[in-house]
Write a protein that binds this ligand. Sequence first.
Ligand code: HEM
Length: 553
Amino acid sequence: MTEKIYSYRSGNAFTKNPLVPEYDACGNLLIKDVHHFEQMTTFNRSTNISERIVHSKGSGCFVKMKITDPLSDITVAKPFQNAGEEYEGILRMSTVAGERGTGDHSTVRDPVGTSFKFKTPYGVMDWVFNNTPVFFIRTGGTQFEHFIKSQKRDHRTGLGADYDATQFWDYLTLNPESIHQVTYLFGDRGKQVYPYFNAYSGHTLKFINKDNEVTYVQIHVIQDEGVKNIVNGDEIPIFGPDSNRAHLQSTLEAGKKYSWTCYVQTMTPQQALDFKYNVNDLTKVWSHKEYPLRKFATIETTAPIDNYFEQVEQVAMSPSNLIMDGIEPSNDPVLVARLFSYDDAHRFRFNSPNYDQLPINRPLNTECPYGYKTNNKVDHIPANLTRDGFMSLGASSDKSFISSVDNSIKFPPSAVCPITGKSAPAHSHYVGAKYRADVDTEQKGLKANQVKDHETVAKVDSNLSFMEGINEIDIEQATALYEKIYTKEQQERMAKELINHASTTKSPIVRKRIPQYWGLVNKDLGAKIAEGLNVEYEYLPLKEYCESLKTGE
Ligand code: HEM
């Protein structure tokens, strides 16, 4: 058996006492002691990865997905074609607003970030989901920064909502489309035991099949043992900010397996057009009765993590890693903003575009020529024209990474049509600059092949009317959640949680607005909160509520 030997980082055996630095006859430490300096300098840089701007506090474990029921009738996406195919992956769960050292959901009320990275033979597939099927915002990246900063510490004082919840509630009450998500958050689901949560794409995706038919899809990942909320505080041993992480790690180490079943909810383009709400609106759910869940896969945990930094800190999840031949983004502006934002965040966080070459992120089909080889059967060897840069770990040493394209690189025709944004070259290899007339002929051929129901799809996609203003139908799902799904006991608990949280709000204007915001969901809830906050309550229907925002009173 090969022995484990204490070594330099170079891999050469270190044959002296590693805890005693080298010194000369006068007792001076020596610069030639490279082991000593290697250790000190590595230590100084060992936290040198920027903290995620959101979802900083994360925990993780390894998982495996198994396709049980192919989705080949609605998509040509390769990972979903064959029953029985299995993909190894990692699950990272996180709070949204707090920093790396703050509490997990054992002590903090926040959505649970539930992100999966699966290594398929076709490429990496990420599901960067939350435990709630809706979100606070619906108009994109500009709204996101404004919203997130309001949930973080006050920039003037460095203090959070425990000290003054004014900015937290100011944002939410000024943007009442947030109310559905906030009704989830302050209900029992705002604090969950890891990993007894569901995960939802929230966004709508467009699946495209071999006949160029579009299906609007949302993905649901449902815990097989049901969700478990932290209500009384005795659901897991609570000893501090890492209680949930400790629960996850200790139960996995004791051999416990957790599992989920994956479903899609689907709509045809005509159904999407006739939908009461807008398929691009992230603040709405689709009725399960009208759009039933269809099972396609299972996920189970396989192992606890054993290197927090490399597996949880360095994992780089991105919604753009779900976009592939057969899966297009919808026109949900929040999803489109995310397609750009995450990869940009990673380039900043790792100070390099090459974060995707680290082992935890590396596609199976990008072997490291200097180190490990994968035994997995891969679909293809990826080649593109990016290369070099800090932390380049071998991906660009493949001979196909040359500065121009040659005939050894194949260009497979897209399985789906260009109307969806894909190009579909009529050849399988690079053919050099094309003569314009030839391109025109090619385009004509492609037009004939456009997506089925193109006009209906175009109408659905172009409808972003919800971006301007708010309507009564934007509140009704929050009301249904509060009145029909929450029990009386849960409603009571929610009101108490809200009063408790909002009680630190120092601004009188915002303090008065909070019960009016909740009155939009349920008049009595508004009155209860007003009483708890000791402010005057005047119930305002949505139109009058919006009017009142103009004057700030
Ligand atoms: C415009 C809207 C949004 C923007 C700009 C945005 C941006 C970001 C950024 C920059 C990160 C940190 C990435 C990193 O440094 O690794 C992040 C993390 C995350 N976001 Fe978002 N986000 C948005 C909306 C959402 C929504 C709607 C969801 C859920 C459906 C979501 C789920 C997550 C999760 C789960 C993580 C943690 C990923 C991990 O585990 O590393 N985000 N987001």
